[in-house]
Design a protein around this ligand. Structure first.
Ligand SMILES: CC(C)(COP(=O)(O)OP(=O)(O)OC[C@H]1O[C@@H](n2cnc3c(N)ncnc32)[C@H](O)[C@@H]1OP(=O)(O)O)[C@@H](O)C(=O)NCCC(=O)NCCS
Length: 193
């Protein structure tokens, strides 16, 4: 059942800074306790940009932009060596603030960064059963890349402190980006009441 879209919450989306690590760890606890630290390390190495959305001094969402494309070997093989466009993963909005266009603004920020580097395509994976996320991506212009289904694996730490392996079946979506930065930002739109 689709949720009702609430009033837009304007967010400031920027790369995670080291001094914000403790805050984000508490505000958006990751499934794996080391995830934020790893992403910050990858950002320092230039492999990723870890975008965090802020509202009123609070971290409310994030997404990881991988400049070299996905790391999943199965997906890389399906895409082929010619397709090494930036890839978005770990998109998440705090449960209390969903359907307020925060996810849309995070994706818009990722797209603007990609366009800023003169790259024309961005991609992401979506689980076959995540219909709300897929609807959001399609509304924003992402389309199925036509490479079929693949498995995406990750791990999390359960309440007992055990690291647990998990996986999900996904599709790959891509969006070809207009090199003109779109002025139709979500913030220009009138929020629904
Ligand atoms: C998927 C996720 C990141 C979306 O974030 P969000 O902030 O809720 O996204 P938005 O508010 O921008 O868009 C979501 C909804 O608002 C609608 N919406 C937002 N802006 C809109 C606009 N201007 N016009 C019309 N609809 C709009 C979307 O279509 C969508 O509808 P829904 O509420 O029925 O799902 C969030 O739900 C989440 O964190 N989910 C758990 C983790 C996850 O699944 N991540 C994605 C992995 S692929």
């Amino acid at each position: 059942m689709p949720a009702t879209l609430g009033a837009v919450i304007p967010v400031d989306v920027r790369p995670l800074a080291a001094e914000d690590l403790a805050h984000i760890q508490q505000a958006l606890p990751p499934e794996h306790p080391e995830a934020h630290v790893r992403r910050l390390g990858d950002q320092r190495a230039g492999r990723v940009t870890y975008l965090v959305a802020w509202a009123g001094g609070r971290a409310v969402g994030h997404a990881l932009l991988r400049w070299g494309g996905p790391t999943n070997p199965e997906l890389r093989s399906l895409l082929g060596p010619q397709e090494r466009h930036p890839y978005v993963e770990a998109l998440l909005v705090h449960p209390s603030l969903r359907s307020r266009s925060v996810g849309t603004q995070i994706l818009a920020a990722a797209e603007a960064l990609v366009v800023g580097r003169g790259i024309r395509r961005i991609g992401l994976a979506v689980a076959v059963d995540n219909s709300r996320a897929r609807a959001l991506y399609e509304r924003l212009g992402f389309q199925d890349a036509g490479i079929g289904e693949f498995g995406n694996a990750w791990s999390y730490v359960d309440e007992a402190g055990n690291e647990v392996a998990a996986s999900e079946t996904c599709n790959y979506l891509v969006k070809d980006l207009d090199q003109r930065i779109e002025s139709t930002s979500i913030l220009d739109r009138r929020p629904r009441q």
